[in-house]
Design a protein around this ligand. Structure first.
Ligand code: CUA
Length: 326
């Protein structure tokens, strides 16, 4: 009994303290509904648990006073019928009705001013396209606040599941079909998410960030992302661009404004503006970038990028160039 209570308390505290990835800290109407239903179920569970434990103690206590007389009679059969049939039926019916009401909200189609974003799952990263804005990015999804967002979810390879707990529930990304997920972020902030369907050995490192900003900041971001890569101006960055264009990078990666147009890996036009590398595996800084370029398998084993063989000066020039891709 104490152990199960302890587990419940630990579970609630754990979920509540997970901060920017907590189901219990909703920032949209959709996740608010899910959290509310969760709390109703939680407190009903607590009430049922306490009642059952109370009855158990009562039974133990009463037995001791008995003079060998068996239980039975009207009170006991009333308890069985009421507590064993009527009460569970009422509890389940209430939960069912609440669930139906929440499902009708979660299943509502988006209004016409909604922002459409196409999210494609890959082993092991997220491709993000804004068809109406001409923006392509990866692993970080920028959205405006107070405006509905429609994510159109599909997958290139295996089944993934999109889950940003503070914004909505889980929705699968299946190869060959498209699922929709609609939410409106109520507050600006950065909300963490995680692939929620086992998709291979780097499933746990398939994270995503949703960055919600007010409409003006979002439009500014979109304008910057739409720009092609700046032309390299210094001797070092010109050399870096040549290293990039002359290596195997271009078969998988695109940099708008150059001849590189691969679509197997993330679009790198604005990679320097992203916070992480490898879908949330490591922070995006010069050291991690160098390690990733030379041997991505040492950072995220199992991902699809092969090692690149470069001399020291070539690597430094390439890093200088990539740092201009803001
Ligand atoms: Cu993608 Cu798990």
């Amino acid at each position: 009994m104490y152990l199960s209570l302890l587990l419940i308390v630990a579970g609630v505290l754990g979920a509540a303290c997970a901060g920017d990835q907590s189901v219990l800290a909703p920032v949209s109407e959709q996740s608010g509904r899910i959290a509310r239903l969760w709390w109703v179920m939680f407190w009903l569970g607590v009430a049922v648990y306490l009642v059952v434990m109370g009855l158990l103690l009562f039974a133990l206590f009463r037995r001791r006073g008995d003079d060998g007389e068996r239980g039975g009679g009207r009170w006991d059969s009333g308890l069985v019928l009421g507590g064993g049939i009527a009460l569970p039926a009422v509890v389940i019916a209430v939960l069912f009705l609440l669930t139906l009401s929440d499902m009708s909200v979660l299943g509502r189609s988006a209004s016409s001013d909604a922002l459409r974003i196409e999210v494609t799952g890959h082993q092991f990263w997220w491709e993000v396209r804004y068809p109406d804005l001409g923006v392509v990015t990866a692993n970080e999804i920028y959205v405006p606040t107070d405006r509905p967002v429609v994510l159109r979810l599909t997958s290139k390879d295996v089944i993934h599941s999109f889950w940003v707990p503070r914004l909505h529930g889980k929705v699968d990304l299946n190869p060959g079909s498209t699922n929709e997920l609609i939410f409106t972020a109520d507050a600006p902030g950065t909300y963490r998410g995680q692939c929620a369907e086992f998709c291979g050995i780097q499933h746990a490192f398939m994270r995503m960030l949703v960055v919600a900003q007010d409409e003006a900041a979002f439009q500014l971001w979109a304008r910057e992302q739409r720009e092609p890569a700046p032309r390299p101006l210094t001797e070092q960055t010109i050399k870096g661009e040549q290293v990039f264009l002359g290596s195997a990078c271009v078969y998988c990666h695109a940099v708008q404004g150059t001849a590189a147009s691969g679509r197997i890996g993330p679009d790198l036009t604005h990679i320097a503006s992203r916070r992480t590398l490898g879908a949330g595996t490591v922070t995006n800084n010069r050291g991690n970038l160098a390690g990733w370029i030379l041997n991505p398998q040492s950072i995220k084993p199992g991902n699809k990028m092969p090692p690149t063989s470069l001399s020291g000066p070539e690597l430094q020039a390439l890093l200088d160039y990539v740092e201009t891709l803001e």
